[in-house]
Each structure stands twice: as C-alpha cells, then as structure tokens.
Ligand binder design. Structure first.
Ligand code: UDP
Ligand code: MG
Length: 330
C-alpha cells in the first residue's frame, strides 16, 4: 500500500548537501560541472556528495563520469539502462541522495554552481525549498513562450503557485525530498510536486547562462508532453471542461433541432441542407473525440501511477565516498 509518510532511508554517515544532476549527452560539460560544484562547496567546508544520473546518453558521458571518480571522491555515478527522461533521472538521483539538503540542477552549465552556497544559506535562514529564479528568460523562442504559457496555465488551473522563470535548479530540505519520494505519482512533474506540499518556499535571483555545448534535450514535442502530464496530474479541470463542452453542444443541437422543425413545418425550408447536417455531425464527433482524448490522458496517468513502476532502471551505480560499500544497484 502506498504510504504518504516519508521514510528516512539514510545510513549513519551522510553529507550536509547532495547535488543531483541528470545527464543526457553531457560529456562536454560534466567534468567542468563536477569540478565547479565541488569547488564551490569545498571552499565553504560543506560536506557534500554529487550524484550524477546518466539518463541513457548516446555519447561517452558514462565513460567521462567513470574517469572523474578517482579525482572526485564525492562523486557518485548512476547509469540508467536507457533514456527514461529528466523527471525519472531526477527521481532516481533523489532516491540515492543522503544529504540533509538536496540540490537539483541541470548538467549543461546553464545553472551556475557558484550559487550553491547562497542556496544553502537562504534555505538555512528558514525555507524548505529555495528556487533559483533567473532574472532574464533564456533559451529558444519556442522554449520561452511555451514556458510562459505553461506557468500561466499551471498556476491558474492547479492552485499551486509556481514562480515563473524557475526550473530544476533548487535546494530542498530532507523532509521535502522524503515526502516527494513517498508519493505514488512522483514521476509526473517534479517541480510542481515539490511546490504542492506547501512547505516554506522562497527564491533567489540568478543569472542563467546560455547553453554552450550541444542542443537542448527537449524538443517542442517533449516539452508539450511534459506540460500535458503535469497538468493532468495536478488538475481535473480539463475533464470538467470536456463535460461543459459536451453540455453546450447538446443544448445547442437541441435548440437547432427545434428551429429546424419549426422552419420545416412553417414551410420555410423543404429539406434540411446536407451541409448543415455535415457540420453538425463533424462538430459533434469532434467534441466526442476530444473528450475521449482528454479522458485518455487521465487514464494513462492513472495506469502509470497505480502500476507503481520504478522511475527508471539502474544499470550501474558506483556509490560515493559515503556509501561505497552499498553500491549494489538494488
Ligand atoms: N535530461 C535528461 N534526460 C533527457 C533530457 C534531458 O536527464 O531525456 C537532463 C539534461 O541532462 C539536463 C536537464 O535534463 O541536465 C535539462 O535538459 P536540457 O538542458 O536539454 O533542457 P533545457 O535547459 O533546454 O530546458
Ligand atoms: Mg539546459
């Protein structure tokens, strides 16, 4: 039975901060990222672990990670069997994390590791979640407007208030992470879930860098699919809209029916037009298909949740200096 109570899965020795980074075709940036993350935390004497989750990259990302292990004892590499998507990779990384605080960030150096101490300080000053909010929107045109649209929709439809211009880059307290891991439907939309708990949340303003290497792992289609599953898992308003649309169409056709009957009997029209028939027919079937489609999204979401599949499957886990002994992938 799914439990809603968080469980502390950690061993006796754990770092103050875990940094979780999903990797996808990240060979070009991962070395620099790990180096800068470790440097930023070491400078302040903050005990840390860096958990990178290779989400089925097709390049030599994993080989690069293995090469970094000797140099960075705080590094733990987890390789998934295939590409499961960023949300899943994040879930696997969070499950492995043992820190009192957990940072999640992107691998492409758009999120600057220099902000890590500030994130931690802000959190310790009294927030369970600190989101990095970029001052200036970056990314492609389609990425920017789809994000703008998404946040607008999300905040309006769900009642969960998610600040615009925030993404994966954030720090969370252990209790937030444990609550998140206890959710049965946690693979849907990490950012929204975390805000949904309602723990004290604040933001810091950061400069987000442009991507220097490679391309975004998100196509427009992928963004759309993420946005759909996020909305579906947080709001039943689309379902209600489908019902309302159905109601309106019914009322309208009833009215039209009455009008046609009246016109027929008063002799204004001799036969109801073929075009009118087609329009009504197409409109009706369109509405029905749309409603069925919306239902389908919810059904799909339900199946994923009740199936309780793991977020992703681990192929290899190097463990970290905090738990090298526990490096079996179970
Ligand atoms: N990512 C992933 N699996 C994927 C796609 C992306 O783990 O299938 C990770 C990627 O390594 C990066 C983060 O998700 O750390 C954000 O991806 P990206 O930079 O491509 O997205 P954008 O910044 O353009 O939104
Ligand atoms: Mg990016």
């Amino acid at each position: 039975m799914p439990t809603s109570e968080p469980i502390d899965r950690r061993g006796p020795a754990h770092p103050e901060v875990s940094v979780v980074v999903p990797l996808y075709w990240s060979a070009a940036t991962i070395g620099q990222l790990v180096e800068r993350v470790c440097a930023a935390l070491e400078e302040r004497g903050i005990a840390h672990e860096v958990i990178v989750v290779d989400d089925g990259s097709g390049d030599n990302t994993w080989a690069v990670v293995e090469g970094l292990l000797a140099r960075f004892p705080a590094l733990r590499g987890i390789r998934l069997t295939r590409n499961f998507g960023q949300q899943a990779a994040l879930g696997v990384g969070l499950e492995a994390s043992t820190g009192d605080w957990v940072v999640t960030m992107d691998a492409d150096l758009q999120d600057d590791p220099a902000y890590l101490p500030l994130l931690l300080d802000t959190a310790k000053a009294g927030a369970d979640i600190v989101l990095a909010q970029w001052d200036d929107p970056v990314g492609s045109f389609s990425a920017r407007w789809s994000s703008w649209l998404f946040y607008g929709f999300f905040n309006r439809l769900t009642g969960v208030s998610l600040p615009r211009g925030t993404g994966t880059f954030r720090i969370m307290s252990r209790r937030v992470v444990d609550h998140f891991l206890a959710l049965p439907d946690r693979t849907e939309f990490f950012g929204g879930m975390v805000a949904w708990f309602g723990f004290p949340m604040t933001t810091i303003t950061v400069v987000r860098h442009e991507r220097e290497h490679g391309e975004s792992g998100y196509s427009f289609r992928r963004r759309l699919s993420l946005a759909t599953s996020a909305l579906v898992s947080f709001s039943t308003i689309p379902l209600k809209l489908a019902a309302v649309a159905g109601l309106i169409v019914c009322a309208f056709s009833l009215l039209l029916g009455v009008v046609i009957v009246v016109l027929r009997f008063t002799g204004v029209i001799v036969t109801a037009g073929f075009a009118g028939l087609m329009v009504a027919l197409l409109f009706m079937s369109g509405t029905i298909l749309l409603s069925t489609g919306i239902l389908g999204f919810y059904l799909g979401s339900l199946i994923k949740t009740t199936g309780r599949r793991p977020a992703g499957v681990i192929a290899q886990d190097t463990g970290s200096s905090f738990n090298r002994s526990g490096s079996d992938p179970g």
